[in-house]
Design a protein around this ligand. Structure first.
Ligand code: GLA
Length: 684
């Protein structure tokens, strides 16, 4: 697989070919249609000054290209692309399909999406289209075809960008028809739907497909499998919209890589099912500068993006230079923080670092959103910071094309996430994403690289496999996890796993179903825990710093061969096992039957990593100083200080910092907000 990757990355027309020629891509969304053409020359001049080498053009330009039905105005775009090309700036050309002009919705109201309450949304914002609407799709295809026919061979165009942040949902009649079609394909007939949805409950039996609706507003709880399938359907429908435009671009003769921008752990789209459809993974990331821990959450997202691409370099397609405008209170970033954020993405596998947007808008809904060139112009700390980033990224060329090698896999699956968060369950306090983040943090603070994988992924190369909450457990996934343990991996499984099948039906028998044998424990009840944390006890717990406690949810477990590490001291599960370890084959399985406190989680994951032979990239330190991030990408060891204290980190001798040319010896200082990019010295 790795060998295949390297040929793919160097193929003509691939993202690898773009970066092989230009180094790390740097730039942002460029929306020249917001400005008079007299501004464009200044834009290009300043882009060159900043080291910008890639801009995404045209994302919201539908009304400019097609001001009235069927008309085409490409003259302005011709001029913009030629200007950029003359300046050596590559273009990621976007289809303008995310924001239809008002005339489309007014003429064809069926193109407008209907929300869960039956309200049809109106033009005046953006994204007002239904992915199920035939008319919308025909118009979107027509403009995309013409755009592609005109620019497929334009020398500036090095990438294509379909739409923007696909995420529209429609509950209207046309969506209902498409949903039925999707159900038909999945289940063959209405009986299949009845079985999968368990419609014997509450008299929901469907006699005919025509009776089936999207999960619109209803008097009480909606059938959970209906909701789950509607999410799957919506994700697939959006992918269909993406695919048909992508295919139209190809048919027009374009050979450049084609992509669209993801939104991290976005709840409406299963990006794993899209990953093979994009030529390069691209993601938009807006961590909250007010949250010092956001560096950890964003690292997890970046690892997801790298993993979705099978380890290949990805693009940070959008981020903000300073304050955004869509939270209720928007803290700014310093130029140093913006640089730190960009270099973090590079450390975690990005070969492209871009922003929304190049020039700050003076009108429109996002007039207070940061840009690379602020309202105040080029004589600003912000713009000087942007120029510095451009220079820094050029220095990081040695990482281009390389990946981050991980020996740890963390299992994450959209369907399981969706199903686990359907209402009416033991507790709504168990939030899958929170637990994923808590587990990940334990690896992050040890400088241990992690891939984010599907439950049935090939686990051969991993020594440690974590499943914080595998709510839906399918036979293939259970077998893969079991095989990994037999072969010597350590597996750690969290509470409320092995609960349901792919239809979100609760699996019959003791839990965690399908995993009982490998875990060596089994349970008969999931118990929400009282508000006061429950104390855990056991000889295994020798620590004095931090409490051994459980909260939120526990399982009424018995051991079926596993060694009990911690039991409940009191509460509803007093005396029963809470944490157990089962040796099996050449490996071991650790079962967490409750949400455990950070101290316990740290000890479990630290011990499991050590037992699996997994070390962090700073082997001298078991745990890194607070908010110090360490990642090895290809030949470069990145050290990033997200905290407020200066840190001194032990490193092997003979390294040099690519960003400063400073040689280091045994210990390197990383000041707050600073990044080190250390590579073997040529003479060492
Ligand atoms: C998203 C969109 C952009 C812009 C930014 C603002 O990422 O793709 O068009 O609205 O948000 O943060």
């Amino acid at each position: 697989m790795r060998e295949k990757m390297s040929t793919e990355t160097s193929a003509t027309g691939s993202f690898g070919a773009v970066t092989a020629e230009r180094g790390i891509c740097f730039g942002g969304d460029y929306n020249p249609e917001q400005w008079d053409s007299s501004v464009w020359r200044e834009d290009v001049e300043l882009m060159r000054r900043a080291g910008v080498n890639l801009v995404t053009v045209g994302v919201f330009s539908w009304a400019r290209i097609e001001p009235s039905p069927g008309v085409r105005d490409f003259a302005w775009l011709d001029e913009v692309l030629d200007l950029l090309h003359a300046a050596g700036i590559a273009v990621d050309l976007a289809t303008p399909t995310a924001s239809p002009p008002p005339w489309l919705g007014i003429r064809y109201p069926e193109t407008l999406p209907v929300d869960q309450d039956g309200v049809r949304l109106v033009p005046g914002s953006r994204n007002q289209f239904s992915p199920a609407s035939r008319v919308y799709r025909e118009h979107a295809l027509a403009i995309s075809r013409d755009l592609a026919a005109r620019y497929a061979t334009h020398p500036a165009v090095r990438m294509w960008h379909v739409g923007n942040e696909f995420g529209q949902v429609d509950f209207g009649d046309e969506a209902a028809r498409e949903f039925r079609r999707w159900l038909h394909t999945r289940y063959g007939g209405v009986d299949g739907v009845n079985t999968a949805w368990g419609t014997a409950f509450w008299s929901q039996h469907y006699a005919d497909f025509d009776e089936i609706l999207p999960p619109r507003r209803a008097p009480y709880l909606i059938n959970p499998t209906q909701s789950l399938d509607f999410r799957r359907f919506t994700s697939d429908l959006l992918r269909e919209c993406y695919r048909e435009i992508r295919d139209a671009i190809r048919e027009a003769g374009a050979t450049q890589p084609i992509t669209t921008n993801f939104m991290g752990f976005f709840a409406l789209v299963d990006y794993r099912s899209w990953a093979d459809d994009v030529d390069v993974i691209a993601d938009d990331q807006y961590p909250d500068p007010a949250d010092p821990q956001s560096a950890v959450d964003i690292a997890l997202t970046q690892d997801l993006m790298r993993s979705l691409g099978g380890g290949r370099p990805w693009i940070l397609m959008e981020q903000a230079t300073t304050a955004i405008s869509w939270r209720s209170h928007n803290l700014p970033k310093s130029p140093q923080k913006a640089r730190l954020d960009s270099l973090q993405a590079v450390a975690r596998g990005a070969d492209g670092v871009c922003y929304f947007q190049w020039r700050a808008s003076s009108a429109g809904a996002e007039r207070f959103h940061a840009a690379m060139l602020p309202h105040a112009g080029a004589d600003t700390d912000l713009f000087r910071g942007v120029c510095r980033q451009g220079a820094d990224l050029r220095l990081l060329r040695p990482v281009v094309g390389s990946t981050v090698e991980a020996e740890v896999a963390i299992v994450f699956d959209w369907s399981s996430w969706w199903a686990a968060e359907e209402p009416a369950r033991p507790t709504e306090r168990l939030v899958a994403m929170e637990q994923l983040g808590r587990w990940y943090r334990q690896l992050w603070r040890r400088g241990i690289a992690v891939d984010v994988v599907a439950p049935d992924a090939d686990l051969d190369r991993y020594r440690l496999v974590l499943a914080p909450q595998l709510y839906i457990t399918e036979p293939d996934a259970a077998a893969a996890l079991e095989r990994a343990v037999e072969r010597g991996a350590h597996l750690v499984v969290g509470p409320f796993s092995g609960v349901a099948d792919r239809n979100a039906h609760v699996l019959i028998g003791r839990s965690p179903a399908l995993l009982r044998e490998v875990m060596g424990v089994s349970g008969e009840e999931w118990c929400a825990l009282p508000d006061d944390d429950v104390v855990l006890v056991g000889d295994w717990w020798q620590q004095t710093d931090g409490a051994a406690e459980a909260s939120i949810l526990g399982e009424r477990l018995r051991t079926d061969g596993a060694e009990v590490l911690l039991s409940y001291a009191d509460g509803p599960l007093a005396g029963l096992p809470a944490v157990a370890r089962n040796s099996r084959g050449a490996g071991a399985a650790w079962h967490l039957g409750a949400v455990v406190s950070d101290a316990v989680l740290s000890k479990i994951l630290g011990e499991a990593a050590a037992a699996a032979g997994v070390r962090g990239v700073v082997p001298e330190l078991d745990v890194l100083p607070d908010l110090l991030e360490a990642v090895q990408r290809g030949p470069v060891l990145f050290l990033l200080n997200h905290g407020t204290e200066e840190q001194r980190i032990p490193v092997r001798p003979g390294l040099v910092d690519l960003l400063t040319s400073e040689a280091t010896d045994h210990v390197v200082t990383v000041r707050p907000g600073e990044v080190r990019a250390l590579i073997e010295r040529a003479d060492s």
